[in-house]
Design a protein around this ligand. Sequence first.
Ligand code: GAL
Length: 371
Amino acid sequence: MLFLTAWAQSATAQTEKPVNGQLWPDTEGKHINAHGGNIIFHEGTYYWYGEHRPYRGFTTEKGIVVYSSKDLCHWENRGVVLPVSEEAGHDIERGCIMERPKVLYNEKTHKFVMLFHLELKGRGYEAARVAFAVSDSPTGPFSYLRSTRLHAGKWPFNMSNEQIAAAKKTDASKWRKWWTPEWRREVEKGMYLWRDMKGGQMSRDMTVFTDDDGRAYHITSSQENLTLLISELTDDYLDFTGKYIMVAPGGQNEAPCIVKHEGCYWMICSGCTGWAPNEARMFTSQSIWGPWQQLPSPFRDGTADGSRPYRDMGANKTFGAQGTYILTVEQRHIFMADIWNPRHLSQSLHLWLPIRYDDNGVPSIEWKQSW
Ligand code: GAL
């Protein structure tokens, strides 16, 4: 509640206030250029990490940035915490693509660990790797560690020997035509899992989640963005333990965001239409390891404050946005999303909306212009 009060107070005290669907100026008056990221709270300060996007073009020219705030309203640009490298051939050479950075604080090692989606310079989106960086301070600098595909040679821990045998009989090279019922059956059997078994699984849009017991997980769009993988991180968050599952094979879920509410896990994803908005999807489970059940989108038309959503885009288009993170503030959950502007990615807008839970604990999200 404190957060809501702080925002409301600042809204009356200042002329500028965070308004969904409009530019959100930082303390220097420049639009907050932190996209696809997350926010952590550390020793009384919020840190908002994100992709620094150029005005023109799609590749990463600067790196990952952080902004800090005491009240979630006024954000100070604290600069680039993980810059691109000027070294030719480096994983994060200027011109690579660094997306969806997420920072976790590790209580045991007292380190700040960043995971992000990395595409190598000049190779479009084919590398599909996850990268790690680490820092002693929330404002960096982060030291780049490495990038990798996932789980080379390892099967999801919940696949039976029969299921593994069936996956091994699939052959992705044979399927020229996607989206037929036969193709879908093969995807569900693990056709792309098997295809990438040797070199490791693809990892594109991603998030991280720290559970109540301090265990952290990485959730990513894998297998040509068709299937989600949930993977356990090691105690220091700097690697994978090797334990993982597939979720919704063939479901084409991107931009995963996850929250735990009253012991139940909720995951909100987008569909897969690049920068264009689409209808969100929701999944729920009693355990991080599933079974995950799919439910309709949590977004609802109709607004509490009578305002119109951005460009009149309704719940079936996630109000024009694509999720990036679910922020918890004093037991309230805020769905953070980007309203992408593919012509000028740096001008992409932010959308923050409260998640409400009905009597059965099911989340829903309505448009609201301001708080
Ligand atoms: C989106 C994805 C973004 C970015 C974009 C590129 O679907 O969520 O992170 O990868 O595609 O087209």
